[in-house]
Write a protein that binds this ligand. Structure first.
Ligand SMILES: NC(=O)C1=CN([C@@H]2O[C@H](COP(=O)(O)OP(=O)(O)OC[C@H]3O[C@@H](n4cnc5c(N)ncnc54)[C@H](OP(=O)(O)O)[C@@H]3O)[C@@H](O)[C@H]2O)C=CC1
Ligand SMILES: O=C(O)C(=O)CO
Length: 313
């Protein structure tokens, strides 16, 4: 079995060695321009079109991350990039769930314990205890209740917050109120104090966090965007912050990355940000998952993690 690998920034040598150890019967190689030699599986991130297009004998492509929007948009421009019938897989959790939990819990607690207000007071040299917030006024709403949204929901339930989620299909997560479909989006938003975004980037979700949506949240609410920058209309977020409707935002992803230096988000006192690091691919866990999936595929067994090209995630 032959496996080709391409990632623009990962330590390729490390990945090749560890993949070889995990799949001792396979021949694993870095794909280089011009390489049209046979391959059974391709492991990719931002693949050059020629790496995949027209390839015969390919049995599966693995995206080396959770989101497949970049691959799918390339596929739209070059439909022959993924040969007909070749399944596309993505990473399911592989260590990203815990990282998302850490991020979401730490930020929710930061706001819940009013550390943002105390920081502002500190800058004014003000010593003033404030009223505590109550958990019943701090409903967390998670957009997207898939692998990562589900993990984040679980961790916030454990901290005693009222938690609700919104997805295409209904969920049955312990302690979480589930809303599904566009007809239930309004009820989901009503009363939500902290909105956490973990949706995939699809034509249906682009621009979903806009003025109309933000207006439906509780007053003095907060937004955490952990998914993709295109979900959020940045100008609408800034207006909602300036009107007082929103109290704070924590952003990991942006419509343009790196965030251009002229963006007003940099200087806004109630916007905090990180440079798209909410959850990164952990090589060892990802390799174990890919090796297990390939082994199952080779035995003709059912696997999970297959992307629906129809749904775009
Ligand atoms: N910032 C970062 O560092 C990272 C960001 N990400 C982002 O997080 C995203 C989520 O990852 P993951 O949890 O693994 O993805 P999943 O595919 O497991 O979950 C997606 C969720 O979104 C729901 N959904 C999709 N479309 C709609 C829609 N139109 N209306 C309502 N709900 C919808 C799905 O509903 P249903 O369950 O019914 O199918 C599902 O619950 C990734 O696509 C990626 O963009 C991922 C990793 C790191
Ligand atoms: O895995 C993903 O989709 C990411 O965004 C990683 O940064």
């Amino acid at each position: 079995m032959d496996i080709i690998f391409h990632h623009p920034t990962f330590d390729t040598e490390y990945w090749l060695n560890r993949l070889q150890q995990a799949l001792p019967g396979a021949r694993v190689r870095q794909w280089k321009q011009g390489d049209q030699q046979p391959a059974d599986y391709a492991l990719v991130w931002q693949p050059p079109v020629e790496m995949l297009s027209g390839r015969k004998g390919l049995k599966g492509v693995f995206a080396l991350g959770a989101g497949v929007d970049a691959i799918l948009s390339k596929l739209q421009a070059h439909p022959d990039m993924l040969p007909d019938g070749v399944p596309l897989f993505r990473l399911e959790d592989t260590g990203m769930g815990l990282q998302m939990q850490e991020y979401a819990v730490s930020q929710v607690l930061h706001w819940f314990r009013r550390f943002d207000d105390y920081q502002a007071q500190k800058l004014q040299g003000k010593w003033q205890p404030l009223n505590d917030y109550r958990r019943e006024d701090f409903t967390i709403g998670i957009l997207g209740a898939g692998v990562l949204g589900g993990k984040v929901a679980e961790s916030l339930v454990a901290w005693g917050f009222p938690v609700r989620c919104w997805s295409r299909s209904k969920k049955d997560f312990p302690g979480v109120v589930s809303f599904a479909g566009s007809e239930e989006l309004g009820s989901f938003l009503s009363g939500t104090r902290v909105l956490i975004n973990l949706l995939p980037n699809t034509p249906q979700t682009v621009g979903i966090i806009n003025r109309q949506l933000l207006d439906q949240l509780a007053d003095e609410s907060y937004v955490i965007n952990l998914a993709r920058g295109v979900h959020l209309v940045e100008a609408d977020l800034l207006s909602a912050l300036d009107s007082g409707k929103l109290k704070g935002a924590m952003l990991d992803v942006f419509s343009k990355e790196p965030l251009p230096e002229e963006s007003p988000l940099w200087g806004h006192p109630r916007v905090a940000m990180t440079p798209h690091i909410a959850a990164v691919t952990r090589p060892d866990e990802a390799i174990a998952y890919i090796a297990k999936t390939i082994t199952q595929l080779e035995k003709g067994e059912a696997v999970s993690g297959m992307v629906s090209l129809q749904h775009g995630y």
